[in-house]
Every structure is written in C-alpha cells, then in structure tokens.
Design a protein around this ligand. Sequence first.
Ligand SMILES: Nc1ncnc2c1ncn2[C@@H]1O[C@H](COP(=O)(O)OP(=O)(O)OP(=O)(O)O)[C@@H](O)[C@H]1O
Ligand SMILES: [Mg+2]
Length: 285
Amino acid sequence: MRRVVFNQKGGVGKTSIAVNLAAISAARGFRTLIVDLDVQGNTSYYLGNEQPLNLQYADDRDDAPDGTIADLFKQTMKCFKFGSQKSTDFIHETAYEDLFLMPSSPALNLMERDLESRYKIYKLREALEHFGEDFDRVYIDTPPCFNFYSRSALIAADSVLIPFDCDSFSLQSLYSLRNNILEIREDHNPDLEIEGIVVNQFNSQARLPSEMLKDLKHEGLPLFETTLPSSVKMKESHQRQVPLIYFAGSHKLTQSYLDLFDEIEATQRMGSFTRQGWDSNAPIH
Ligand SMILES: Nc1ncnc2c1ncn2[C@@H]1O[C@H](COP(=O)(O)OP(=O)(O)OP(=O)(O)O)[C@@H](O)[C@H]1O
Ligand SMILES: [Mg+2]
C-alpha cells in the first residue's frame, strides 16, 4: 500500500503526518518505507538523516552518488534498469525497527527541469514497484507545490492523504487540490484514491474551526473522524528528531495519531472507497 501525503499549501502538516504515521506503522510491525520527495528534506532531518553536503549536479557529469533519492533519479537519466540496482543504494535503515528511509537531496532542485524535459514522471512509480515489494506500507512526503516530484508521487501512489489546517486559505486551495488530483487520476493513475482529509492543529474550543468542519462534512468531503490537536510537542519532536510515539508516547497528540492510524487502516481493510462525491470525477458545487 503506497500513500502520498499531499497538499500544495505549505506548512499544513504533511511532514509531521507522514513521519508519525510511518513511525506508528513500523512500531505496529509493518515493514515501512518513507520516501522524502521534498527538497527541504524535513522528513529526512526528522528521522535523523542530515542532508548531504554535495550540492553538485550536472547531467553530463558522473558525480558521486549520495545515497539519496536523487541518485535514483540520476540513474533514470542513464536509461538504467532498476533490476541492476540494490535497494540499499537509496534506502536506509533508521534508528527504529522496521522503519526505512529514502532520503531527500538538495540536488532535486537542480535536476527537476531535466527530469521533466525527459519525461521521467513514471520513474518513481517504477522504482517503488520494484523496491517497494519489500515493504508492507510506503508513505511519501511531498513538497508544498504541484511540481514534477509531487506529480511523480501521485502517479506512484495508491492513495492520497490530504492534511488540512482549518484555515480559510486552506479551504480555497482544497478545491484546486482536488482538481489536480483528479487530473492525475484521469491522465496517469486510474486507481488513485483520495483516501481522506486529515484535520491538523484542530482547536475544538474555537467556534470557527468547528463550524468549518461541519460545513465540509455537510458538503460530503471525506474527513477522517480523528482530528489532530495542536501541541508544542510536535515542534519539540521535530527538534529532537524523534517521532512522537518515541518522544511523548502518552501525550494526547500521540494518542490522536494512534487513533488516526487505526482509522486509516480500518478504512483500508473495509475497502470503503466508493468513488462518490468528492472522490468521483463529478463536479462539486
Ligand atoms: N499538530 C500540531 N501541533 C502543533 N504544531 C504542529 C502540528 N502539526 C504540525 N505542526 C507544526 O507546523 C509546522 C509545519 O508542519 P510540517 O512541516 O509538518 O508541515 P508541511 O506541510 O510538511 O510543511 P511544508 O509545506 O513546508 O513541507 C511545523 O513547525 C510543525 O512543528
Ligand atoms: Mg514538509
């Protein structure tokens, strides 16, 4: 099962959600891979993987591999077959059992135009089909824009989790986000599901966010029942580079993450995607 965590709006919680769900998944005994497709490298940092210093990239230069996802993309420029590569070239153990990381690289920025112009948009999917067989769960963290990498991720994934932070600008961007996802499904990945919207930094005491959620539910948007509260523990967990279940196991936010993980897994088991309403190609009014 490959899940991409995507919202083109910045700072809504993509990285926090991808890393913490992946950490819980691994702790539950699923062999789990997290792919960091964001050049900011926040997922890689969060899991203790500092970015490599080698910022060089030129497609005609055989520059040294840095053990990141950039190597994988560089190899695709040389018409390589994934069968000839070892997964350990790009996939690394983390400090946590059953949790593996394909780290980001600053080189992604420099490579993007070449990859785009050479139509490498399906290569991540091919790579994950090849290497992903070893994993029960794959989570993909994406950059805050609809660029080559986020589109590659949407093409490579089975489903999308959409973080949403109850802000009115986020609300506006939800509709264009949905259209972008549906376009990818139409053109490239017919099996892609919008698995659900994860409400992050939810303040149940404030009137506005609660009303906003009520309206969204009324409109038929696929919101998960579990919401994630706001807590300073999240920032602390980033700073300490330790996912919440290991950093603050009994905290309310961690419990919400555990509930969210269970809800997502239960939804997957029930196979309850119905392609109605928000997840259908029909326009929403
Ligand atoms: N539940 C939460 N409570 C408090 N702070 C949170 C919560 N979730 C995320 N944050 C904070 O919000 C900020 C943005 O979170 P995060 O980096 O996960 O978002 P993002 O969507 O990945 O951002 P970007 O678009 O830059 O990649 C971070 O400082 C993070 O610590
Ligand atoms: Mg991020």
